[in-house]
Design a protein around this ligand. Structure first.
Ligand SMILES: Nc1nc2c(ncn2[C@@H]2O[C@H](COP(=O)(O)OP(=O)(O)OP(=O)(O)O)[C@@H](O)[C@H]2O)c(=O)[nH]1
Length: 352
């Protein structure tokens, strides 16, 4: 579940429970013939139901949902009027208000709104004996403190859960699921704005030999180091994704074919010339492609990268291959970008 979905559920549940509590309170007030308080509780219940409906309507635009503060302010105002009518019953009204504020608003907003309402309530409750007001104030402050701590922990956990769902724990790179989502978004953005989009698939060469020599348990340390280096080598806005088995996708928005050749070659050289933990010296091959006009398929872009990588492997590893296509399925041009020899230095050579 995403943070947004979790937040929507919490908001709707909080409004619904508040609505239910105040409906019960309204009914109790009706039974005791306290008609003004009955209407007050009924108004709070109606505003709560409105809040739940509003949360549902705005579930996809939570960041622009600005009406929670006015709605809860209105609930606060109604409650203050009810306290003015019957100051002895203030605690029944104030406790749920503080809780619902902290469950729905940002922590700072909730604390400020609750503080204002509690301060006004204390003034309105002047006829009530001082020790009663003081004990109510203490209880409210304790509740607000505990609820704020809970809200802070909840917010932190929700963000942590969201991070876990997109990050590969072995390497710290984004994971496969995140790649598909982000690539689909970048393709739409590229289609809408006309900017270039490139994708590369990097694989560590001769992985089976590395596995035989160093053992499975050692390799994650190597992949983690590669992931860190990739993050540092690419510019802001680029991102890398780990698929497992020594394979990384590099997603390069705003990068045309020539730019892709430059960055892919730079990364191939970086891998070949760096000293790595576990294996010390390794090489990598990259299969690259650039989105063609009108192309909308995540699958086809990834497929071209895989085919380009297979070609790089066929040609002897430690290679960068670029594959572009006018149609989505067939390979219409294959460009050899680097020579296979690291010692001779790799330069962009002629197309095949
Ligand atoms: N996406 C991406 N493209 C890169 C990166 N580095 C180089 N490129 C591409 O390669 C082109 C040439 O890069 P460089 O040889 O570094 O030349 P540059 O003029 O310093 O590049 P920029 O000022 O970054 O545009 C750039 O215009 C980019 O298209 C990178 O880290 N990420």
């Amino acid at each position: 579940m995403t943070e947004t979905a979790l937040r929507t559920r919490t908001h709707i549940s909080s409004y619904a429970v508040t609505g239910l509590c105040f409906l019960i309170l309204a009914q109790a007030n009706l039974l005791y013939g306290l008609y003004e308080l009955f209407f007050g509780a009924l108004i709070v219940a109606v505003i709560s139901v409105t809040g739940a409906a509003y949360t549902f309507m705005m579930r996809r635009q939570q960041l622009t949902a600005k009406a929670h503060l006015p709605l809860l302010g209105l609930i606060g105002l109604t409650i203050l009027v009810c306290i003015a009518i019957e100051p002895e019953l203030a605690s029944i009204w104030l406790f749920p208000l503080v809780l619902v504020n902290l469950l729905i608003l940002r922590i700072r907003q909730a604390l400020v709104l609750s503080a204002i309402i509690i301060a006004l309530a204390m003034v309105i409750m002047a006829p009530v004996p001082a020790y009663e007001r003081l004990s109510l104030l203490t209880a409210l402050l304790l509740l607000a403190g505990a609820a704020a701590w809970f809200a802070f922990r909840y917010h932190y956990s929700a963000r942590y859960v969201d991070t876990l769902t997109i990050i590969d724990s072995e390497t710290g790179a984004y994971n496969r699921r995140c790649l598909d989502e982000t690539l689909a978004k970048e393709i739409s953005r590229s289609e809408a704005t006309g900017h270039c989009l490139s994708l590369a698939l990097l694989s560590v060469d001769h992985l089976d030999e590395l596995r035989n020599v160093h053992g499975d348990s050692q390799l994650p340390e190597l992949f983690r180091a590669i992931s860190t280096q990739l993050g540092a080598a690419m510019r802001a806005g680029d991102s890398h994704y780990y698929l497992g088995n020594g394979h990384f996708y590099l997603l390069l928005p705003f990068t045309h074919e020539e730019g892709l050749r430059v960055i892919a070659e730079r990364i191939r050289r970086l891998v070949g010339e760096s000293r790595w933990p576990v294996a010390e010296s390794i090489t990598a091959s990259l299969g690259c492609t650039t989105r063609t006009e009108g192309e909308t398929s995540v699958k086809h872009m990834k497929q071209r990268c895989t085919e380009a990588l297979e070609e790089a492997h066929r040609r002897g590893y430690d290679q960068v291959w670029h594959l572009n296509t006018g149609t989505h399925h067939s390979i219409s041009s294959t460009s050899r970008v680097s020579t296979s020899s690291r010692s001779s230095g790799s330069s962009i050579s002629s197309s095949d």
